[in-house]
Design a protein around this ligand. Structure first.
Ligand code: NAD
Length: 259
């Protein structure tokens, strides 16, 4: 039987990058999907891609900003109204910051990145966990980052927000493990998505691939990761095969964090 057969899975940040790849992977593994993003056109494109790769896929799309608790509550309610519950939650939407050192951090942007990355993940868990606690089962994967477990020396706001996600994950895992709910985080290194490409363009506006070569040179596998390589780990963590994995922060980084 496919790994996620008939599982009801919410994916936030589903219109691009890691969320898009996870949506396609989960549908291929048999899941019914609720795809959430601020980008309506992107959601429509990904829904079409999901159905193209898996004709029988059952897909709801919800336009929502994860930094708004009202909109988070609404996407959870719409998912439950359509499918009757939530089995898995890929709590993934996020934004990057400018390549700013600590003394350059802009207050308004710091508040925004914390609102999307940390508050969005927290309120996503809050409202999904109400459903999962009633059901007595569920699995959550929060997207942290390699910069949730170490610093990079140039992205104060992003690093703070991703460390917050690691803390929120470990805290919630301790709270909900006894109810049969597994909550973990992934810590991807540099994965080639639109977000990373735009970040590399900030480092070198004329030649982002030259900027990427710095990452590649410092990676034990000498390359960037792909969204599909993250999606396969997410699908595993959302599945019953990972039933006893709880409170873990899993690097997906070609071994970078082992250095
Ligand atoms: P991406 O920009 O390709 O996709 C992010 C998606 O999130 C977009 O579709 C965007 O519209 C959506 N989004 C942004 N703000 C939102 C909001 N307020 N509400 C709802 N949706 C919103 O980026 P990605 O690389 O796929 O990143 C996905 C997640 O992975 C992020 O949390 C990011 O920090 C994390 N991450 C990425 C990498 C990487 O190398 N790509 C590494 C570590 C962590």
């Amino acid at each position: 039987m496919p790994m996620l057969e008939q599982q009801i899975i919410i994916v936030t940040g589903a219109a691009s990058g890691l969320g898009r790849a996870a949506a396609i992977r989960c549908a291929t593994d048999g899941a019914r999907l609720s795809l959430v993003d601020v980008n309506r056109a992107g959601l429509d494109d990904v829904k079409a891609e999901v159905i193209a790769s898996c004709a029988k896929a059952d897909v709801l799309t919800v336009e929502a900003d994860v930094s708004s608790e009202d909109q988070v509550r609404a996407y959870v309610e719409q998912t439950v109204a359509r499918f009757g519950g939530v089995d898995g939650f890929f709590n993934n939407a996020g934004i990057e910051d400018r390549q700013a050192t600590t003394q350059d951090v802009d207050g308004a942007f710091f508040d925004r990145i914390m609102a999307v990355n940390a508050r969005g993940v927290l309120f996503g868990m809050k409202h999904v966990l109400k459903v999962m606690a009633t059901q007595g089962h569920g699995r959550i994967v929060n997207t942290a980052s390699a910069l949730g477990i170490r610093g990079a020396g140039r992205q104060a706001g992003y690093t703070a927000s991703k460390h917050a996600i690691v803390g929120l994950t470990r805290n919630a895992a301790l709270e909900y493990g006894a109810l049969g709910i597994g909550i973990n985080a992934i810590a991807p290194g540099a994965i080639l998505t639109p977000l990373v490409e735009s970040s590399l363009r900030q480092v070198d506006p004329h030649d982002w691939q030259a900027a990427a070569s710095t990452f590649v040179a410092h990676n034990p596998m000498r390359r960037l990761g792909t969204p599909d390589e993250v999606a396969s780990v997410v699908a595993f963590l959302l599945s019953a095969d990972a039933a006893f994995v709880n409170g873990a922060v899993i690097p997906i980084d070609g071994g970078q964090s082992a250095q």
